[in-house]
Design a protein. Structure first.
Length: 72
C-alpha cells in the first residue's frame, strides 16, 4: 500500500503539467509561434525577437499587437 501511495505522489505533478499543457496547447502554440527566435529544452530557455523603434520610443513583439511606449 505504501508503494502505491508513493507512486501516486511521485506522478501527481507530472500528470498535472501534462493536463495543463494539453488544455492550453493552442494558446501556448500561438505565443511560441510569434516572435520566438530560439527555444531550448534542457534548462528551459526561450529567446524572443523584439523590434525597437528609436524615434517613437516604442518597441513591439513581432507578429503581435503587444507594444510598450517608453517615457521620453
Amino acid at each position: 500500500m505504501a508503494f502505491v501511495a508513493s507512486l501516486v505522489h511521485s506522478l501527481a505533478w507530472p500528470a498535472g503539467i501534462v493536463v495543463v499543457v494539453i488544455v492550453l496547447r493552442r494558446p501556448i502554440g500561438v505565443v511560441l509561434g510569434r516572435g520566438v527566435r530560439r527555444l531550448r529544452a534542457g534548462p528551459v530557455e526561450v529567446e524572443f525577437e523584439l523590434t525597437v523603434t528609436k524615434d517613437t520610443q516604442t518597441f513591439q513583439v513581432p507578429g503581435t499587437d503587444i507594444r510598450w511606449h517608453l517615457p521620453e
